[in-house]
Design a protein around this ligand. Structure first.
Ligand code: ZN
Length: 266
């Protein structure tokens, strides 16, 4: 009897060692394969390895996550935004704009908007087209906020700090320089009746959800993507990226961050 137990124990231990060895080999092979992706960044190799050790994620996710800076806390190691004055500029909690950055081609909005708001001209023309088509379906779209300067954002963020902790404020408001509103390519909208933070309950929202990409807009902070975007779900906040990018993002159900690091920032 004792012999049988020893034999079983021996087989068990051998299998365990073998299994471990195979696993390790697979792992090492994977680790050396990050560079198969076109968006691989050589100087991040060490960070890819550390991140994979920690998370055990597959190669592609590891490379994209690290490229997106998701291996670091928000705002840590942030860099100046690239591609200034293009439709595919990225501003988020890792990519910031200078205090002096004012985008080109801002126009003052004269319809479908509250007074005194400015937005990029191309984005506004696309919005007018979208709002006209919405109107044909008896839906009302109205811009309540668009371009915001660095100084404006600074005051806004500081005013929130009077009521909430920094941790809390960071979940719903951007620090100055880190607000996408400073790009001039962003709109907050409502339907003129319902409070903007209940926009997700309106007919206008359901129309926007499946149509805004046709005009070059995307829902920028979707539900369930908070870890990537750094923001809680905002049904009222839309970003103009142009029709081609918007269509891809809509059809593949991804965030602008994922698109940017896979196709733009190489
Ligand atoms: Zn917004």
């Amino acid at each position: 009897m004792k012999k049988i137990i020893y034999v079983f124990l021996f087989i068990f231990i051998t299998l365990l060692i073998l299994f471990n060895f195979i696993n390790k080999n697979d792992y090492i092979e994977e680790k050396n394969n990050f560079n198969k992706f076109p968006f691989y960044k050589k100087d991040l190799q060490k960070e890819y390895e550390n991140y994979q050790n920690k998370t055990k994620y597959a190669d592609k996710k590891v490379v994209l996550d690290v490229n997106m800076h998701l291996n670091k806390p928000f705002y840590e190691g942030s860099v100046p935004s690239k591609y200034l004055n293009t439709n595919y500029i990225l501003v988020n909690k890792y990519n910031y704009l200078d205090r002096n950055y004012v985008p080109n081609n801002l126009v003052i909005l004269d319809q479908y908007a509250k007074e005194g708001i400015r937005l990029n001209k191309e984005a506004y023309n696309a919005f007018i087209e979208m709002a006209n088509d919405a109107k044909k379906n008896n839906l009302n779209l109205r811009i309540i906020s668009a371009y915001r300067s660095y100084d404006y954002q600074e005051n806004l963020y500081n005013s929130y700090l009077k009521h909430d902790s920094k941790e809390k404020v960071d979940t719903y408001s951007a620090r100055a320089g880190y607000s996408e509103h400073q790009t001039g390519l962003v709109i907050d909208i409502d339907n003129g009746k319902t409070d903007y933070n209940k926009f997700h309950l309106t007919k206008e929202f359901f129309w926007m959800k499946d149509n805004c990409y046709k005009y070059g807009y995307i829902l920028r902070y979707p539900l369930g993507k908070e870890k990537i975007t750094g923001y809680k779900y905002e049904s009222w906040h839309y970003r103009y990226v142009g029709k081609k990018i918007a269509k891809y993002i809509y059809e593949n159900d991804i965030t602008f961050e994922e698109y940017y690091y896979e196709f733009i920032d190489k």
